[in-house]
Design a protein around this ligand. Structure first.
Ligand code: NAD
Length: 377
């Protein structure tokens, strides 16, 4: 019941890793679930609802953490929580492993096993557990809603006897999971949508959603075997910024979602380019928490840069906490369900399985993921 100002609430994690429905299904499988009191409240689930399906709701979590075989959260565990966990226990969450080397090494040192939801492979079989995708889809939707609510105009065309308002122009940079959802949402609201991505393979997807794909010749680009964008050279980055400038100047809303897996996101829009936009235009930077696609953006805040409102995202899930919790809890349920051994009522850590081989990043005293080991060198 700690009192929180609206501002501090903006940065509070409202999601929870389990819903009454996912808990019920896990309990039916044979798991027992202990939940920190109030953990579901900010996404709309009361302790009573959890208790009603057989969850033990407790206020002091230390004892539960020290006896649990698996500790599941939305984000990273604290060092204090790790210190309480028993040897061999599994910790699951958004562990942000490329940027949290000390944490991952500490998990390994404590003989705990870490499952990073960010490292779940992008395969058909793993789609139902893919938290990056479930959360990115919601983020794409939220960014359009945030931008629309700040724009001093409307998104659809409106023809009335009092005059005609032209549809807003929305430019989406980065057409991965979040970008495609943003395109679909902006289209549904009636905007004219233009999009760009360095992976030309997505042009067709953009067009199938009714968006227009901006063609820029920056030489060879491409994607990794997992479908992630490759980093551009300095010369390509400069060419991209030049070629996008007119489209940005002409847009009412720009939403940037460009990410490079395991690396800092690229800076795509300079303050000088922002100055070319109409006053009151809106830019949403989805990468604000990890360095930013837009010069001057601040994570979790809306700032005015050269007359443009720049929304630094990163805390988007607070606007749709229930939906985000529902999806994340389903991802976690599907992960546990896939590997649950109903004879022993334990999670079967089969490291020969390609999904676990990807997302188990620390086990039996070592960091086990090659991509991370390379990044940590
Ligand atoms: P992401 O979050 O890593 O990046 C977001 C987007 O930014 C990507 O489309 C990327 O190409 C783009 N980007 C990077 N640098 C850019 C730049 N300089 N300018 C413009 N755009 C730039 O990517 P994501 O959303 O996680 O998706 C990556 C791919 O994986 C997508 O094609 C997606 O469809 C695919 N995917 C597949 C599965 C599956 O098969 N199960 C699941 C999820 C995603």
């Amino acid at each position: 019941n700690e009192s929180k100002t609206p501002d501090s609430l903006n940065k509070v994690e409202k999601r929870c890793a389990v819903t009454p429905s996912s808990a019920q299904r896990l309990i039916k499988k044979g798991a027992s679930i202990i939940l920190e009191a109030g953990a579901g409240l900010l996404s709309g689930y009361s302790d009573k609802e959890y208790e009603g399906v057989g969850v033990s709701v407790i206020s002091g979590v230390n004892e539960a953490v020290s006896s649990a075989d698996m500790v599941v959260a939305v984000n990273k565990p604290s060092e204090a929580q790790l210190a309480l966990m028993k040897k061999g226990a599994i910790v699951v969450g958004h562990l942000d492993p490329f940027f949290q080397q000390p944490l991952v090494e500490s998990i390994a040192d404590k003989q705990l096993t870490a499952i990073s939801v960010e490292m779940i492979p992008r395969s058909s079989r793993a789609q139902k557990m893919d938290a990056l995708s479930s959360q990115a889809s919601l983020a794409g939707y939220v960014m359009v809603m945030q931008a629309a609510s700040l724009l001093p105009s409307i998104l659809p065309m409106m023809m009335t006897p009092s005059g005609t308002i032209k549809p807003a122009k929305v430019f989406i940079i980065g057409a991965g999971v979040a970008g495609l959802q943003a395109i679909a949402t902006a289209k549904r609201l009636g905007a004219n949508v233009l999009a760009y991505d360095t992976r030309e393979v997505v042009a067709e997807q953009v067009e199938s959603l009714g968006g227009k794909f901006l063609k820029i010749d920056i030489g060879e680009t491409g994607q990794t075997k997992d479908g992630y964008a490759k980093e551009l050279t300095e010369e390509q980055k400069a060419k991209q910024q030049d070629a996008q400038r007119d489209a940005i100047a002409d847009s009412d809303i720009v939403i940037t979602t460009a990410q490079l897996f395991g690396r800092k996101p690229p800076v795509l829009i300079s303050k000088d380019t922002l100055a070319l936009m109409k006053p009151g235009s809106v830019v949403v930077d989805m990468a604000a928490t990890s360095g930013g696609n837009v010069e001057g953006s601040v994570a979790g805040e809306t700032v005015e840069v050269n007359g443009v409102n720049v929304i630094g995202d990163g805390y988007w899930s607070q606007f749709v906490a229930r939906a985000a919790t529902d999806m994340y809890a389903n991802n976690i349920y599907n992960l546990v369900d896939e590997f649950f051994d109903t004879e022993t009522n334990t999670f079967n850590l089969d490291l020969d399985d390609d999904i676990l081989a990807g997302c188990v990043i620390a086990h039996q005293g070592s960091v086990t993921n090659d991509m991370l080991l390379n990044a940590y060198k």
